[in-house]
Design a protein. Sequence first.
Length: 396
Amino acid sequence: MPGFELFGAEEKKEVQDVLDNGVLMRYGFDGNRNGHHKALELEKDLATRMQTKYAQVVSSGTAALTVALASAGVGSGDEVIMPTFTFVASFEAILSVGATPILCDIDDTLTLDPKAVEAAITPKTKVIMPVHMCGSMADLNALKSICDTHNLILLEDACQAIGGTYDNKPLGSYGDLGCFSFDYVKTVTCGEGGGLVTNSEKYADHAHKYQDHGHDHIGNDRGAETHPFLGYNYRLSELNAAVGIAQLRKLDKTISLQEKNYNVLRTALTTIPEVTYRKVPKTGVESYAFLTIFLPTEELARKGHKALGKHGVDACFYWFDNNWHYYKKWEHLLEQKSLNKLSQEQQNGLLQNNKAFDQSDSWMSRTISCLIKVSWTEEQVKERASKMVEALKSIL
Ligand SMILES: *Cc1c(COP(=O)(O)O)cnc(C)c1O
């Protein structure tokens, strides 16, 4: 998955453009920038690649989620339904706009279970936020129809699945809003950065203002701009955007390399009947950022994960025990350890999350995900495939 594997002359050239004119900021200084507007260019490229009307780049994936939520008017008293398996950024963004994250079970897609989502809806629910973890996606059709029935916003976190599709649409473009991360370990990286896409003129208009202190971006005199509403600073610098432009151009190549490597590994594993695979919804195509398998029991999954390590198969994850990605280790959220005082609504709402998620546990305890790299040689992929088979057979 990491775009940094493909870092090269293309990225350097884009950065050099910025260094040559010295304008490191995206707004103003037009006389000096020699025609270079890297953040703007990245937004145009992102909207085109994701087949949406609008894109807004920001300083991180977490910022993209935050700006997306704020742009849709989500705030105090609102509940956002999110999965038990995701990165901590999901609830951070929700809390930061004053809303309350409501955890919800996943199914064998390892993303939101539509049935559990329906059960979690209350009069306070405003957003359903599926997270397309590890290169594959939620059942977006089912979630969309729930949103339509209950008049909710569908916000896709596609940070780990950029380049995948659902119903022939790029992941991130299906919902009302979609978010991407360009942090250092993502498929497209610019060091630190993120982006959101939408077809809503209103959300897009809110987003560009909100991420820049509420500036209206009218006219050429930044100092004379007015502020139709409050905002913050989630801007992306021109240096980061420059790297992103070169990286985004490589996305299709990255995905096809990932697919090729994924298929070699998956074909090798078909010789082991005990190994099964996460469910990919019917019209979905993965980004192939990870190969994710189930073993028959928790005990075998734990043993399998250890055996993979021992056989030299690196970058395989047992998320069930992971400190960042699974609700069991989110004590800071569940125990409300916040430096600043949470609102009474958040304090009350968060209590709903202090319960067991048995269905999530039943899938995650059996799950192992292995990162797919793009820089492996054909020889290395073959060797990895046989080591994986050897490792897993040794514990079955
Ligand atoms: C990486 C990631 C984010 C946050 O992105 P940052 O750019 O690191 O802030 C959000 N959600 C998911 C699922 C991620 O993997």
